[in-house]
Every structure is written in structure tokens, then in C-alpha cells.
Design a protein around this ligand. Structure first.
Ligand code: ADP
Ligand code: MG
Length: 812
């Protein structure tokens, strides 16, 4: 058992403005426990607390200043935790802090760069790496991903997420067994055999979370998320299984309702969050007080789920994320205070071992059978069904060992089953009768036979010896043939595998099929990994296709607007950057793959050369009738050295390729997610544009019927302009602002927009179809066009000015 208080760490987010010095200082001098001093600026200190303290000091296990990289956070916080999980202890890491202080960045990571990977992907990578290294145990890993939003639990890995809204999904509920263990109903567990599979699950959950999010339901800041790795291990041949769980928790923002001034739905959410964080605080206060008998875990879902992590069988670590800026000082102090209380909680982690349930089942089945048999005898109930083959076989074995046993005290235990008892009696009767008849028929002639047996045996012995010799020869010949065949097939296999790898490399696959160093193990473990890669990417792309499926159904206008929106979206730079990096990585991987294949070929050739050289030496020794020389052959030595060098190079390249593979996979997932986000943002913007237009359009007015479009020459001209303007849309240089944010939308609203030719016409002159969806598409399209034209006008004005200025300059 390990007794330990909850470890607390502080992580400071980089300030948004540079000049924020003087608000805090980190004191690392105190060797064991560094402290963070938060200094209140004078203007704030006045109204903040009565005693007008001007600075607050908080102790943490370690404080990570704003320049601490994700790698450092993982090495110092998560790695030791992952190790205790691998050793069989339950562990938890949770991030606590106000919205925007870096909880998600710390736990999951940033969505832009590979180096921004957070604790979850890095821990998964580390765990799977360790599992691969340890061949002394058999491990199984499962993943679950729970979201708690407004006190309801949702399974982020529920496949129905794609089709349903969050509210329609079955809620995850808590069940408690008599031993007060918590079980979560409707939370799915997914087996992950590789790091890639586990990462896919993480990204699937994050994407589902993002999809479910709407402007009215900013779940990411208002929900708690618990990503859990369930690990079980078993030594081969052992009956005990060890279980451990690692919870990685991204809590909801801890800010206060009064300060953020939210209302309506948001207020309800904030109340729930504040309530659940309040209950978390209550649990923590109760735990930090000695002699408290009742701990109010049951008050909220989050505290129930994390019951073990808080004062139970778990090693727990808290990361207080702080955004130490002047306006956040109050929240930062409250986060630090919370952490100080958390640090008082003591947990007792024990190894969770249990007998393999399969063995337990077998024992219980046996016991049930015995009880049934006894019951049948006691109640006199006749069992008529015949004994099974297996039971009969078992009985025969029991009887044989009973009859062979010389111990007069030995007993035949067949259980309280009359059918078995009868069967045994029948069998014994048969044996006794057989013996009797055998005795009668063989009795008098026995002596006669024995006399004439002696010469027969001599001859038979010689014959048998001859046959044995013959068989020996035959076997030797067969073994030689077999050896030759084996060599041939091995050579053929090598050739064909080289061919295959060549084909693969020529097809552009950057990953080699195996590592000669690690022999069969690696090659067999890599091949399915590749298959899985393929499977995973196919799975991902099908998921993405489903998520972004709407594009296929977009109208032409909508698609064009999407193209423009995409180009001007803030994330498009990131996507492009990542694309660029991905391209680089791919070409690097391809080049590496090729040089690895080359190295493999070289290794093969060197091996052949060594064997040949060796054979030559042996042949020379035989022909000159001398034994194989004891001094090593220098040429062979040289070849061996070359082989070692080549193998070393191969290993280095192979390791780099493996790392590249993980990075490529991660980058692809990041890009997929960015694409889904882009699509979502566009849909939101498009819907907002369409609905704001519908308000002004007669098509949306239920009182006035939609008038058919008057075929005036002007309007025809309008329509004929549409395709040419569409060309403008894609061919222009100055992009329109898509206005995804509400503020942006306001700026683009018809009232504030400068009038351009097309907007001078009343909207009713547009050919409305009467189908409000199509109409809103057309209207939104026209609006996008307006915005472009407006930009174009500005641009042309500017160009004109420039041209005039340069003409003036030239003339003077
Ligand atoms: P929270 O989850 O606490 O609401 P986020 O993790 O979403 O906050 O962080 C808000 C923003 O700040 C994100 O854009 C994130 O990339 C950025 N951020 C947070 N912490 C850091 C950090 N340590 N380094 C760089 N950027 C950070
Ligand atoms: Mg967050």
C-alpha cells in the first residue's frame, strides 16, 4: 500500500500582453517546496479584502512558469503517474483553473502543432512503449471517455454520436455495488491494442465533443471530461489479474457566475458547474478535516466518479492552471487556495489484484455441479439424461487410476451422481467377467507356448534390428531432403520479401516491412500495425466524411461561399502549415523507407558474402585436410564489421521512421479535427447569414405569398450576371470577411454595409423558389457576393489612387 498526499503543481499560462510583470514571483530557493507569490496591485488590494493584504504565498510541489514546454510538463508530472499505473496502482491527473487558463492545453494539447501534444497523447505513447518492452506479462488496455455536462454523463465514444444530438444519447448513470464500488452504466469501453488505436479514440471523443458543441452549449468550457485508460496485466500461468485505471481529467472552468455576468441557459450551466465544483470543494474540505466520518461524494456525478481519486485507492495529482493577469487575480488566488486544500488530502493506493474471473467461473461451475448431484441424491430424483462423452472419459480415467493404485485405502470419488456410480459398477463387472473368460481359455496351453517361444524370439530380434537400421537410413535421407527443401523455401521467401519491399517502396509507401534485428517479432508486429494504420486512416476518413457529409449536399452557391470562408478562416493558415509539415514528413519518411530497404538489401548481401566466405574456408580446410583454422579470417572479420555498421544504421533509421510514423498520424488527426471545426464554423456562419436574410425577405413572411419572379429585362440581366460573378468570387484577390463571430456579423449586417449595386435592388426581385432552404442559400450567396464586390470596389479605388499618385510623380 502507498500512502501519499495529493501532489499539486502549478502551471502558468503565457500572458496575452507582455507587460504583466510584478503580479507574481516564483520562489525556487526553498529547496523542497517552491512557492508562488501573487502580488496584488494597490488599486485592487483596496477593495479586495478587508485586511488589505498585498501579497499571497502558495506552496506547490513544483511551479512551471509560462515558458515551460509540454515535454517538461509530461516528464515531471505525467510520466511518474504513468509509471505507477503500469505498476498496478490507480492514478489520476486533474487540471483545475478558470476558463482559458490552459487546462485543455495541458491535458489534451493544442490543436496546431505536434509539439503541443498534451498529457493524454504523450502518456498513451509512453504506456504503449513500455507495454511493448515488457514481455513478462500479458497486458490489455481499454479506453473510455466520459463527459459530464449539466450533471448528466455522456459517452463521448458512443458511435451514435454521429447521428444524434447530445441530448438524445443515453445518459451515463452511476451504479453502486454493495462494496460501494462505482460502476458506470452506458459508458463504453474500447479495447486499444496500439498507440494509434488509443489516439484515434481520443480524437474521436474530442471530435464528438466539438460536434455536439453549439454557440449555446459551449461544452468545452462548461463540462468536465474524464479520459480513462483501463489497464490489466497477468503473468503467464498465473491465476491473478492486476487492474489499474488512469483518469486524465479536464475540469470545467472554475470562474464565478457573478463575475462573468451570464444569463439564461449559460447561467443554468454555470450554476451546474459552480455547483459541481462547489461539491468538489466540499468533498475536499471534508477530506482535509480529520475525523470526518461522512464525505459527501454522492452530491454530484463528478465527485462520485472521482471518488477513489479523492481520498481513496488512488495516486492523485492536481495541476492548477493559472492565467496570472491583473484581471484574473481573484480567480488565480481562489485556484491556489483550492490547491492548498487539495494538498492536505491523503490517499491510500493499493494494488488491485483479483483471481482471474475465468478460473473463478470454472470453480463455481464445478461446485454447482456437485451441489446439483447431491441434491438429486437427497431428493431421490432420478436423473435420466445420458452421461456425456467427456464425463464418460473422465470416469474411465478415474477408474483406471483407482484400479492401478496399490494403496488398499484408495477411494473412487465419482461424486453424488447415481448415473456415474452405476456406470462404474457396470465397468467393474465387465472387467471381472472378461478376466474370468480369459483365464478359462488360456489356462492349459500357456506352458506349451512358452517352450517354443525361445528360438522364435532370437530370429524375430534380428529381423527387427534390420528393419530398425533400414528405417534409420530412411530417416537420415528424409532429414537431409527436408533440410534442402527448407533452405530453398527460405531463399525463395527472402527473394520474394525483397521483391515485395521493392514493390512497396516503388509504390511510395514509406514504411518498411520489418527489422532484421528484431527478427520475426518485429516484422510480425509491424505488419498488422500497418494494416491497422490503413484501417485507422480509413476509419478516420469515413468518420470525417460522415461529419462533413453535408458538403456533398451543398448547393453550388453554398460550396463557393465555403471555399472563400475556408480561405479566410483563421485556422486555414494552421491547416496549410500542417499540410506543409505533413508533406515534408511524408517525403522524409519515404526517403527513409527507401534507404531502409537499401540497408536491408545490403545486410542481406553482406550476410550472403559472410556465409560464402565461411564455406570457402571450410572447403579449403577439407581439401587441404586441415581443421578449420582457429585464427579468424580477416576478410570475414571485415565483412562482419561492415554488417554490424549497416545494422546500426538500419536501427537508427528504423527508430526515426517509427517516430515519424507517430508524428504523421498525429498531424493527420489534427488536420482532420481542424477540418471538422472549419465545417462547423461555416455551417454556423451560413445559418446565421441565411436566417438574418430570411427576416428581411418576403419568402420568410408567412402573411404575404411568395410572388413569382417577374421576368423583367433587368432581372434577367441580374440572373445572367450570376455565373460571371461567381467567377469573380473565386478569381478575386481581396477576400471578403466571412464574419464567423457575432461581432463580425454585426459589422457585415445590411444596415451598416456600404451600398453596392446589387444591394440597391429590393430582395424581392431575386428569383425565390418558395423553398426556404434553397432561398436562404441563394440569399446567403448574394450576400457573400455583395461583400466581395464591396471589397473589390475598395480595392479598385485604392489601385486608382495609386495609379494617379504614380502618374503625378512621373510627371513632376
Ligand atoms: P481552458 O481549457 O482552461 O479553458 P485552454 O487550454 O483552452 O483553456 O487554453 C486557452 C488558450 O490558451 C488556448 O488557445 C491555448 O492554446 C492557449 N494556452 C493555454 N496554455 C498555454 C501554454 N502553456 N502555452 C501556450 N498556449 C497556451
Ligand atoms: Mg478547456
Amino acid at each position: 500500500m502507498v500512502k501519499e498526499t495529493i501532489q499539486i503543481f502549478a502551471r502558468l499560462k503565457p500572458p496575452s500582453r507582455k507587460h504583466q510583470q510584478g503580479i507574481y514571483s516564483i520562489d525556487e530557493d526553498e529547496k523542497l517546496t517552491p512557492s508562488l507569490e501573487i502580488i496584488l496591485p494597490r488599486d485592487l488590494a483596496d477593495g479586495f479584502v478587508n485586511n488589505k493584504r498585498e501579497s499571497y504565498r502558495f506552496k506547490f510541489q513544483r511551479i512551471f512558469d509560462h515558458d515551460a514546454k509540454q515535454e517538461i510538463i509530461f516528464e515531471n508530472i505525467a510520466k511518474p503517474v504513468a509509471e505507477s499505473v503500469l505498476a498496478g496502482y490507480n492514478s489520476t491527473i486533474f487540471a483545475y483553473g478558470q476558463t482559458g487558463s490552459g487546462k485543455t492545453f495541458t491535458i489534451t494539447g493544442g490543436a496546431e502543432r505536434y509539439s503541443d501534444r498534451g498529457i493524454i497523447p504523450r502518456t498513451l505513447s509512453y504506456i504503449f512503449e513500455q507495454l511493448q518492452k515488457d514481455s513478462s506479462k500479458m497486458y490489455t488496455t481499454h479506453i473510455s471517455y466520459l463527459e459530464i455536462y449539466n450533471e448528466c454523463g455522456y459517452d463521448l465514444l458512443d458511435p451514435r454520436h454521429e447521428a444524434s444530438r447530445l441530448e438524445d444519447l443515453p445518459k451515463v448513470t452511476i451504479l453502486e455495488d454493495p462494496d460501494q464500488n462505482i460502476h458506470l452504466k452506458n459508458l463504453s469501453l474500447h479495447q486499444a491494442t496500439t498507440e494509434e488505436e488509443a489516439l484515434n479514440l481520443l480524437f474521436l471523443g474530442d471530435t464528438n465533443r466539438m460536434i455536439a458543441e453549439t454557440p449555446m452549449n459551449q461544452a468545452s468550457t462548461r463540462s468536465h471530461c474524464i479520459f480513462t485508460v483501463h489497464l490489466s496485466s497477468k503473468e503467464p500461468g498465473s491465476a491473478t489479474v492486476r487492474h489499474s485505471k488512469l483518469h486524465l481529467v479536464d475540469l470545467a472552468g472554475s470562474e464565478r457566475v457573478a463575475k462573468s455576468g451570464v444569463r439564461g441557459q449559460l447561467l443554468t450551466e454555470a450554476k451546474y458547474i459552480n455547483l459541481s465544483l462547489h461539491y468538489l470543494e466540499q468533498v475536499i474540505i471534508a477530506l482535509s478535516e480529520r475525523n470526518r466520518l461522512h464525505i459527501p461524494y454522492r452530491n454530484s456525478m463528478m465527485t462520485s466518479v472521482l471518488r477513489d481519486s479523492l481520498g481513496g485507492n488512488c495516486m492523485t495529482t492536481m495541476i492548477a492552471t493559472l492565467s496570472l493577469e491583473k484581471r484574473n487575480i481573484e480567480e488565480s488566488i481562489s485556484t491556489c487556495r483550492f490547491a492548498q486544500r487539495v494538498a492536505l488530502i491523503k490517499n491510500e493506493a493499493v494494488l488491485n489484484e483479483e483471481i482471474d474471473p475465468r478460473l473463478v467461473i470454472i470453480c463455481l461451475q464445478k461446485e454447482i455441479q456437485e451441489l446439483k448431484d447431491e441434491l438429486a441424491i437427497v431428493t431421490g430424483e432420478q436423473r435420466t439424461e445420458a452421461l456425456t462423452e467427456e464425463e464418460l472419459l473422465q470416469l474411465e480415467k478415474l477408474m483406471t487410476s483407482f484400479l492401478e493404485d496399490q494403496d488398499p485405502e484408495s477411494r473412487l470419488e465419482v461424486g453424488a451422481d447415481m448415473r456415474k456410480i452405476h456406470h462404474c459398477f457396470h465397468h467393474l463387472k465387465r472387467l471381472v467377467n472378461d478376466k474370468k473368460t480369459l483365464g478359462k481359455s488360456t489356462g492349459p496351453s500357456e506352458t506349451k507356448n512358452q517352450d517354443c517361444q525361445e528360438p522364435l524370439r532370437e530370429e524375430e530380434y534380428r529381423k527387427l534390428q534390420d528393419i530398425l537400421k533400414q528405417r534409420d537410413n530412411e530417416i537420415n535421407i528424409l532429414v537431409n531432403m527436408l533440410k534442402k527443401e527448407k533452405k530453398k523455401t527460405q531463399d525463395a521467401g527472402l527473394l520474394s520479401s525483397m521483391d515485395r519491399s521493392e514493390i512497396r517502396s516503388s509504390q511510395g509507401s514509406p514504411f518498411p516491412s520489418g527489422n532484421p534485428q528484431e527478427g520475426q517479432r518485429t516484422s510480425s508486429s509491424l505488419v498488422p500495425a500497418q494494416a491497422q494504420d490503413f484501417g485507422a486512416s480509413r476509419y478516420r476518413s469515413s468518420l470525417l466524411h460522415k461529419k462533413t457529409g453535408m458538403r456533398g449536399e451543398m448547393s453550388l452557391g453554398c460550396q463557393e461561399a465555403f471555399e472563400i470562408f475556408k480561405r479566410d478562416h483563421a485556422d486555414s493558415v494552421t491547416i496549410d502549415d500542417n499540410k506543409q509539415i505533413l508533406k515534408q514528413r511524408f517525403s522524409e519518411a519515404k526517403a527513409l523507407g527507401e534507404s531502409i530497404n537499401e540497408a536491408r538489401r545490403k545486410i542481406g548481401h553482406l550476410k550472403d558474402a559472410i556465409t560464402q566466405r565461411h564455406m570457402q574456408q571450410v572447403a579449403l580446410g577439407i581439401s587441404e585436410n586441415t581443421a578449420v583454422p582457429g585464427v579468424p579470417d580477416p576478410q570475414e572479420e571485415e565483412l562482419r564489421l561492415q554488417l554490424e555498421e549497416e545494422k546500426k544504421r538500419y536501427r537508427t533509421k528504423f527508430t526515426r521512421l517509427k517516430a515519424l510514423k507517430v508524428e504523421i498520424e498525429h498531424l493527420q488527426l489534427l488536420m482532420d479535427r481542424a477540418k471538422v471545426k472549419l465545417q462547423k464554423d461555416f455551417e454556423a456562419w451560413w445559418a446565421a447569414e441565411a436566417s438574418s436574410l430570411q427576416v428581411h425577405s418576403p419568402a420568410a413572411n408567412p402573411l404575404g405569398p411568395v410572388k413569382p419572379f417577374p421576368q423583367t429585362s433587368e432581372s434577367q440581366q441580374d440572373r445572367s450576371q450570376l455565373p460571371s460573378n461567381r467567377r469573380d468570387l473565386t478569381g478575386r484577390n481581396t477576400p471578403p470577411t466571412p464574419c464567423p463571430s457575432p461581432v463580425g456579423r454585426e459589422q457585415c449586417s445590411p444596415s451598416t454595409r456600404p451600398e453596392v449595386s446589387i444591394s440597391e435592388r429590393p430582395t424581392s426581385s431575386i428569383p425565390l423558389t418558395g423553398d426556404s432552404q434553397t432561398d436562404s442559400d441563394i440569399l446567403a450567396f448574394i450576400r457573400a457576393r455583395q461583400s466581395i464586390l464591396q471589397r473589390k470596389c475598395k480595392c479598385t479605388h485604392l489601385q486608382l489612387h495609386e495609379a494617379r499618385a504614380s502618374a503625378l510623380l512621373a510627371s513632376t
